[in-house]
Write a protein that binds this ligand. Structure first.
Ligand SMILES: Cc1cc2nc3c(=O)[nH]c(=O)nc-3n(C[C@H](O)[C@H](O)[C@H](O)COP(=O)(O)OP(=O)(O)OC[C@H]3O[C@@H](n4cnc5c(N)ncnc54)[C@H](O)[C@@H]3O)c2cc1C
Length: 501
């Protein structure tokens, strides 16, 4: 009888469900185990909900920041908004209901397509058995919510269990006023004064979004500037935009504790908290900084990183080597140190992006099932920060060039000079391209613009295919268009290369 390869995937986020689709298409018998729902955190609490919320914020900022310049008149009968400077307002309850609806629908769509592809989907928590069978097989125990257990036998296991929000001991989220990013979608009303702790990508995206929605936002950053891991010119543009729009950006300010405190009204006549309500009372939040300063707001959003979901799964006992951070060590084809065990996505700490998780998962399956496989190449990953303006990057970065990791020429052109940008009232942003000095081969780029996530693609294609600045420069662009600036930067890099060579 023909042997059918058995694959068990623990975790059904992008790393897991994309791997399931590939493995099923390649003829394997696939089971995906997830404790929350297919799509994973990416679909249920992280990417999809945040980008859906940001879609509303984006429309509001675009309108608010350009309607006057573009000659739009707002009717006098506009309902009065709390913030006089705003001409549009938001019903956050409605926005959040849409966010949750969309996330659930997306999870259902993914479950349907994985099932259609022939894979089995199981609800439960997966755990690896330590020993390998004599035939090299692995066992995964799945524990359902009701406590019942089932053992699955697999020729290969993929661990793609993702990550969860990191917490600070003295700043425990309560889901009401002290929140992590998975809890904000339960809010029915817009936070009046939101303190966002953490100025990495997640903190910056939420700070920008809530400011656009109408909250008064304070962004607490422990570093010199926002987005410390991003292109410094891009981060400077964003910080400037944030401040101009009225955000209080506090740099070099580390938050050490967050607690709820009574507001001015309740402070006059405090009543004792009811049993079980200690720590959840008070309609204000107080954030204490490392230098002793205290700031207050109506809500606090903690965005201080993630912890991999790898504890208590029997991984180390099965021979899977881990980093001190709890992330699983993998090679470029997603193998772990344990034979027959692969890992993909946020639990590996390689690059916290849905697209990278999906690629790692697919690569694992191509490798195990003997299909053609290209090892993971992180130098071609494109990423985006969904702020306004957006910041999109691909390939080598300014930090790589400055540190001498690669010899590259750089040209940066502000969008201010772009005709389409002028027509649309866009002032903030730029296009930057890095190319090799001799050949002009494009090795990286940064776009800061509205919808930079779409504009980065031609640069990503160039990086992935070793195209030269000359090749980018000679392709037609639409007139007028923001992508005209990409061609213009390439032209400048090409001309300089020719005049120097
Ligand atoms: C707020 C926010 C916004 C983001 N926005 C973007 C974005 O716009 N674009 C982008 O590319 N990336 C974005 N990311 C990153 C992206 O969400 C992650 O990189 C992606 O979710 C990783 O996918 P994954 O498959 O590794 O895991 P996940 O999506 O985390 O899925 C893992 C799944 O495994 C389940 N699981 C865990 N343990 C077990 C177990 N023992 N048994 C069974 N199931 C288990 C979990 O419940 C979960 O359902 C964002 C992240 C955050 C926090």
């Amino acid at each position: 009888m023909e042997h059918v390869t058995r694959i068990v995937i623990i975790g059904g986020g992008p790393g897991g469900y994309e791997a399931a689709l590939v493995a099923a298409q390649l003829g394997a018998e696939v089971t995906v185990v997830d404790c929350d729902g297919l799509g994973g955190a990416s679909v249920l609490t992280d990417c999809v909900p945040s980008k859906t919320l940001i879609a509303t914020a984006e429309v509001m900022t675009t309108f608010d920041s350009s309607y006057e310049e573009l000659g739009i008149i707002v009717a006098d009968d506009t309902p009065p908004l709390e913030q006089a400077a705003r001409v549009v307002g938001v019903d956050l309850g409605k926005v959040n209901r849409r966010v949750k609806r969309l996330a659930l629908a997306q999870s259902h769509d993914i479950t349907a397509s994985v099932t259609r592809a022939g894979a089995r989907v199981m609800r439960g928590r997966g755990r690896l058995e330590p020993a390998q069978g004599p035939d090299g097989s692995r066992k995964v125990i799945v524990r359902a919510a009701d406590g019942s257990e089932e053992t699955l036998v697999a020729d290969a296991v993929l661990v793609s269990t993702g990550a969860h929000p990191r917490e600070i001991p003295d700043a425990q989220p309560d889901g009401e006023r002290i929140l992590n990013w998975t809890q904000v979608y339960d809010l029915d009303e817009l936070p009046e004064e939101l303190i966002v702790v953490g100025s990495g990508v997640t903190g910056a995206e939420f700070a920008g979004a809530y400011q656009a929605l109408g909250s008064k936002v304070t962004l607490v950053s422990s570093r010199d500037r926002v987005l410390p891991g991003e292109d410094p010119d891009a981060a400077a543009v964003l910080e400037d935009v944030f401040r101009r729009r009225g955000m209080n950006v506090m740099s070099r300010s580390r938050a050490t504790a967050v607690k709820r405190v009574p507001g001015p009204a309740s402070a006059q006549g405090p009543s004792s908290p009811k049993a079980g309500e200690e720590g959840r009372v008070g309609d204000r939040v107080e954030v204490t900084l490392a230098d002793g300063r205290v700031i207050t707001g109506s809500h606090c959003l903690m965005a201080v990183g993630s912890i991999p979901n790898t504890a208590g799964m029997g991984l180390e006992e099965a021979g899977v080597r881990m980093k001190e951070s709890g992330h699983i060590l993998t090679d470029k084809v997603s193998r772990t140190s344990a034979p027959g065990v692969y890992a993909a996505g946020d639990c590996t700490g390689v690059f916290a992006l849905a697209s990278v998780a999906a690629m790692q998962g697919r690569i694992a399956m191509y490798h195990f099932l003997g299909d053609a496989v290209t090892p993971l190449n992180l130098k071609t990953v494109s990423a985006n920060v969904f702020t306004d303006p957006e910041i999109a990057t691909v390939g080598y970065s300014q930090a790589d060039v400055d540190a001498g990791k690669i010899d590259a020429r750089v040209v940066k052109l502000p969008l201010l000079r772009n005709p389409r940008a002028k027509m649309q009232g866009i002032r903030d942003g730029f296009v930057k391209i890095f190319c090799r000095p001799g050949t002009g081969i494009v090795v990286g780029g940064v776009v800061v613009a509205p919808r930079a996530s779409e504009l980065i693609h031609p640069i990503a294609l160039a990086v992935d295919n070793n195209l030269t600045v000359e090749q980018i420069a000679k392709a037609f662009t639409v007139y007028p268009s923001l992508s005209g600036s990409i061609a213009e930067v390439a032209r400048q890099l090409h001309t300089r290369k020719s005049s120097e060579g």
